[in-house]
Design a binder for this molecule. Structure first.
Ligand code: NDP
Ligand code: 2IT
Length: 446
């Protein structure tokens, strides 16, 4: 780091010592930006980095609701409105028991640069709650979502802040949240994305993050290795929204996905994952992945993290932050893996990323490789504003163009500005930051 980025980082570390995920994301970004801010002294002069790492607004609130047994439950809700420099705050909501302010802040900071990379006019935000939808009835989920939106509604709006899904928030939750917003505000507007098709959702939004990840990976395969997915062995961690559609698209493009996981373990199916079966088990039946192994009579191992010990060419971590550590990275390199593209947000630890890059494994950083979800969210917002909908083919083509463009943009920064075509991590941080910095520099001190 240079003096300026170090000063900004040390100040964050002092103020937010306990926010380890936020500090992890901020440290990586500030390290990447060191060379750029040295060449652009106006960034320091105008205190751009100090403002960039401090959310514009943090909202934290109590969510009280009643469970099926009639007992009052209390959760904590969050919305971090990180940056509106280039458009309304935009980013998902995460419902999971481990959610805290550190996790929401790291996701919000990443989202600012990710949304910038899409080229669409969206600022960055993130929210959620420590509510765990797992094991809850539909009625409990509905009552929680209604209570959550009863407070959140006053802080969001189609031109202000547009939430969407993330871990634990899929179309069921978005629908309950949307219904409650409409009921309180008496208006039908595109205030959330990831809506169902029947009331303003976009075709391909469900598939967008996973498909986009594969379009990005495909472009990287072409550029670095002059090859494609055809015949490659792939591992996808997780079996939620991102993982399922990453698997589906990778298989469509000719790959063989041999293993997938959930938090209770992984399945290893040498014949290739039966994705239609897994989508049915996960999306319709809300089953554990071990059910898949029972039906297919394949291997189930109850240590989810050991999935990275299976031999593969390409790894797509699509579950959660820090799921791929140094030991996993070493196993991947030993087994000949040459590309890791991140579907989840910050799935690789810092040590894992560094080890992979040192060993010339191409690392597709999350804020670039998983930007397809929010990109199609942006396209959903446009369709809502136009009172119009695109066909699936039209949305898919726009998604593909955006992902190819993101890859080439960050590759060019890495190759031409940093002289290291393997440093896509810094390439993405710098490319995303340029537009945010320009907007901040020109809008005055706010
Ligand atoms: P889902 O809730 O749909 O799925 C999450 C999946 O990850 C579940 O299968 C879950 O298993 C699994 N999982 C959680 N922790 C672990 C673990 N430690 N080891 C193995 N598996 C685990 O969430 P999404 O698919 O939407 O999100 C996944 C990741 O992608 C997150 O990092 C999210 O921020 C990111 N992302 C999501 C986007 C979206 O549009 N949804 C867009 C861009 C990024 P279990 O059911 O057992 O908990
Ligand atoms: O991490 C992400 O980019 C998301 N969860 C999707 C955000 C969105 O607004 O679609």
């Amino acid at each position: 780091m240079n003096n300026y980025t170090k000063k900004v980082y040390l100040n964050l570390k002092k103020k937010y010592a306990h926010e380890k995920e936020f500090l992890q994301a901020a440290e990586e970004i500030l390290e990447s930006l060191s060379s750029y801010v040295e060449k652009h002294p106006e960034i320091e002069k105008n205190g751009i980095l100090e403002r960039f790492v401090e959310p514009e607004r943090i909202i934290q609130f109590r969510v009280s609701w009643v469970n099926d047994k009639g007992k009052v439950q209390v959760n904590t809700g969050y919305r971090v409105q990180f940056s509106s420099a280039i458009g309304p705050y935009k980013g998902g909501l995460r419902f999971a028991p481990n959610v805290n302010l550190s996790i929401i802040k790291f996701l919000g900071l990443e989202q600012v640069l990710k949304n910038s990379l899409t080229t669409l006019p969206m600022g960055g935000g993130k929210g959620g709650s420590d509510f765990d939808p797992k094991g809850k009835s539909d009625g409990e989920v509905m009552r929680f979502c209604q209570a959550f939106m009863t407070e959140l509604n006053r802080h969001i709006g189609q031109f202000t802040d547009v939430p969407a899904g993330d871990i634990g928030v899929g179309s069921r939750e978005v629908s309950y949240l949307y219904g409650q917003y409409k009921r309180i505000r008496n208006e039908s507007v595109g205030v959330l994305t990831g809506k169902r098709l029947s009331y303003g959702g976009s075709l391909i939004r469900t598939e967008a993050t996973g498909y986009g990840l594969c379009y990005f990976t495909d472009e990287a395969l072409k550029k670095y290795k002059n090859t494609n997915f055809n015949g490659k062995r792939v591992i996808v961690s997780g079996s939620g929204n991102v993982a399922l559609y990453a698997c589906k698209k990778a298989m469509e493009l000719g790959a063989k996905v041999v293993a997938m996981s959930d938090s209770s373990g992984y399945v290893y199916d040498e014949s290739g994952i039966d994705i239609d079966l897994l989508i049915d088990l996960k999306e319709n039946k809300r089953q554990r992945i071990s059910e898949y192994a029972k039906i297919k009579n394949c291997i189930f191992n109850n240590v989810a993290k050991d999935i990275w010990k299976i031999k593969c060419d390409i790894a797509l971590p699509c579950a959660t932050q820090n799921e791929l550590d140094l030991e996993s990275a070493k196993a991947l390199v030993n087994n000949g893996c040459f590309m890791v593209c991140e579907g989840a947000n910050m799935p690789c630890t810092k040590e894992a990323t560094n080890y992979l890059m040192e060993n010339k494994v191409v690392v597709g950083p999350a804020k670039a490789s998983n930007a397809g979800g929010v990109a199609v969210s942006g396209i959903e917002m446009s369709q809502n504003s136009m009172r119009f909908s695109y066909t699936a083919e039209e949305v898919d083509q726009k998604l593909k163009n955006i992902m190819v463009n993101i890859f080439n943009t960050i590759y060019d920064v890495a190759d031409k500005e940093l002289n290291n075509k393997y440093d896509l991590v810094s390439g993405a941080n710098i490319a995303g930051f340029k537009k945010v910095a320009d907007a901040m520099l020109t809008q005055g001190v706010i």
